[in-house]
Design a binder for this molecule. Structure first.
Ligand code: BES
Ligand code: ZN
Ligand code: ZN
Length: 466
């Protein structure tokens, strides 16, 4: 996936890239030769962040490349445009950038992600492979960037693959493939067995589809290590069920397994880094479809926890499948439970597409995720588990309803629903995210996106690492 990045010692005479801090441009320029100054002036180049300029060599060939950057949380994106835009060749950095491991890691991650493409359904059109190669120092910072990039690439691919090729069974295959790579145990409970083993909400939501629902369960690491459990919403397609979505809203719903893509991407980072934790990943994988077997509005469901739920809306399916998975997650009493889910449109109304909503019963966990998110430009923003809204989930017929009667505060209501099932969890965070880039930006093409997992990985590394 990322073969445009090579080790420095495998490259002879790479074309040099000179990173220029935006604020240091004037003093850098003062030291340059007359012809270089003239070329830079002719191009109106000022080393603004993310902008590049090719300098000609004395022989008229491509000489070297300038790239402007600002050394802040967003620095990685300043470098992400290079892979797609530079001409064929092998490039390497000059300057003291490699001495600063923190910056070098951002540079490397930007270059990795800048080469990400989802092209498995396209005939080779000549643009398929990134032509430029980048020779980076073989240092820890680059290996870390590679690990993170591979986790992100996995998450993006899983979201981008359309639902016809990414149903519950294929999502299980993806988890098994990952498990095999890192020596994790993957099991699954499929179809009628969900009822036998008391996962009734997953069974019921997934029953409307011809593709059988399942609970995917991956376990990795030493039994006696601190337990971390990741839960991801795996709705492989969300039509809304009988409360059918309008076509404009349905169009993007292959991404409704985006939560499961996040947790598999994050699991990949944790396992590849060999963190000393006992990791468990739970993915309720279903398709929310319309059929003669599908669940109906006003049905009353059983849940694993024994709480009965009246279905106010079949489109609020994510919280139903997550409820059984969270009950199972909490039953082991892990040190930390993180769930990722494309749970509500309301979270997007509140915070937009680029900022996942974070909910937590643990201030330290919430603060840590917020801080890491800001420091790494992988942001999320905390919203409250507002106690006073709990009565809005009351039902006259069952223990709870899956929606509130009010159109307001939908992301909080959904989180409060989950909270009932995560009850007793020591430290739980719920991340309600979009998992999708609506526009093309360097390193962030339109399509599936990883959100929050770089921040979560850093937190887990810092807390539980060696
Ligand atoms: N998968 C959707 C939420 C969603 C929609 C996330 C668009 C991101 C973008 C979820 O299953 C859903 O449909 N939620 C409903 C809940 C409502 C019926 C209470 C929603 O948000 O409208
Ligand atoms: Zn839905
Ligand atoms: Zn959904």
């Amino acid at each position: 996936m990322f073969d445009h990045i090579i080790k420095r010692d495998h490259a002879t005479n790479p074309i040099t890239i000179t990173p220029i801090a935006e604020s240091g441009f004037e003093s850098w320029l003062a030291d340059q030769s007359g012809p270089t100054k003239a070329w830079i002036a002719a191009n109106g180049y000022e080393a603004k962040r993310g902008t590049q300029l090719i300098l000609p060599g004395t022989d008229g060939a491509l000489g070297s490349v300038l790239i402007g950057y600002v050394d802040d949380a967003k620095a990685l994106w300043d470098f992400a445009g290079l892979p797609a835009s530079l001409p064929e060749g092998t490039y390497g950095f000059v300057g003291d950038i490699a001495d600063d491991a923190v910056l070098y890691e951002k540079v490397a991650l930007g270059l990795y992600l800048g080469g990400y493409r989802f092209d498995r359904y396209r005939k080779d059109d000549g643009k398929k492979a990134t032509r430029a190669k980048f020779a980076l120092q073989d240092i820890d910072a680059v290996r870390r960037a590679e690990n993170v990039a591979k986790g992100i690439g996995l998450a993006r691919d899983l979201v981008n693959i359309p639902a016809n090729d990414m149903g519950p069974a294929e999502l299980e295959d993806a988890a098994r493939k990952l498990g095999t790579e890192f020596g994790a145990k993957v099991s699954s409970i499929i179809g009628d067995d969900l009822l036998k083993q008391n996962f009734p909400a997953i069974y019921t939501v997934g029953h409307g589809s011809d593709r059988e629902p399942r609970l995917i369960d991956m376990v990795w690491g030493k039994d006696d290590a601190p337990k971390i459990t990741l839960v991801g919403k795996g709705v492989c397609f969300d039509t809304g069920g009988y409360d059918l979505k309008p076509s404009s809203n349905m169009l993007l719903m292959k991404k409704d397994m985006g939560g499961s893509a996040q947790v598999l991407g994050l699991a990949r980072m944790i396992m590849a880094a060999n963190l000393p934790v006992r990791l468990r990943v739970l993915i309720p994988a279903v398709e929310n479809m319309v059929s003669g077997r599908a669940y109906r509005p006003s049905d009353i469901l059983q849940t694993r926890k024994g709480i009965t739920v009246e279905v106010g809306n079949t489109d609020a399916e994510g919280r139903l499948v997550l409820s059984d998975a969270l009950t199972e997650a909490a039953s082991e009493d892990p040190e930390m439970i993180l769930d990722f889910a494309t749970l509500t449109g309301a979270a997007r109304v509140a915070l937009g597409l680029g900022l996942p909503a974070l909910f937590s019963n643990d201030d330290d966990l919430a603060n840590g995720l917020m801080e890491n998110g800001l420091a790494l430009n992988d942001p999320m923003w905390r919203l409250p588990l507002w106690d006073e809204y709990r009565p809005m989930l009351e039902s006259k017929a069952a223990d709870m309803n899956n929606i509130s009667g009010s159109p307001y505060g939908g992301a909080i209501i959904a989180a409060l629903f989950l909270d009932r099932f995560a009850e007793g969890a020591k430290s739980w965070a719920h991340i309600d995210l979009m998992a999708w880039n609506p526009t093309d930006r360097p390193g962030r093409p339109t399509g599936g996106e990883a959100q929050g997992i770089r921040a979560a990985f850093k937190l887990i590394e810092d807390r539980f690492g060696k």
